[in-house]
Design a protein around this ligand. Sequence first.
Ligand code: CA
Ligand code: CA
Length: 126
Amino acid sequence: MASLHFKSLMCIDTEDITGSDETHLVVSGTTRWRGRMNDGDAVSLNVVKPIPFINRARIDLFDDDHPDPDDHVGTTYALLSEIGKGEIEHTFKYNAPLGSAKYVLTPWNSRRSHYCQSNSGHRTRG
Ligand SMILES: [Ca+2]
Ligand SMILES: [Ca+2]
């Protein structure tokens, strides 16, 4: 088991043509962060609590639109095999006939979780 620690998100180019994006970050189907971002904005993701995962965690980035369907900016995965490789960043690039977007999720850090180990030292006497 591992846990995913996000650091920051930068918006290079919004998907919406005018104004800011209503950006939201979804991990394994659960929204973990949501906010408005415009070109050049960077936000700290320290407010996002570490997210435990087993083999990999799917990370999706969206821009909310209403009444149109939300724009899916992109998908990436945090992998168990990345543990110990330091901080990792991913650039989401989105291209569609009516818009483009570029975001940098930088960096994340997968660490071995201590959750599984919390009981490992416990021995029953018998
Ligand atoms: Ca949009
Ligand atoms: Ca939007």
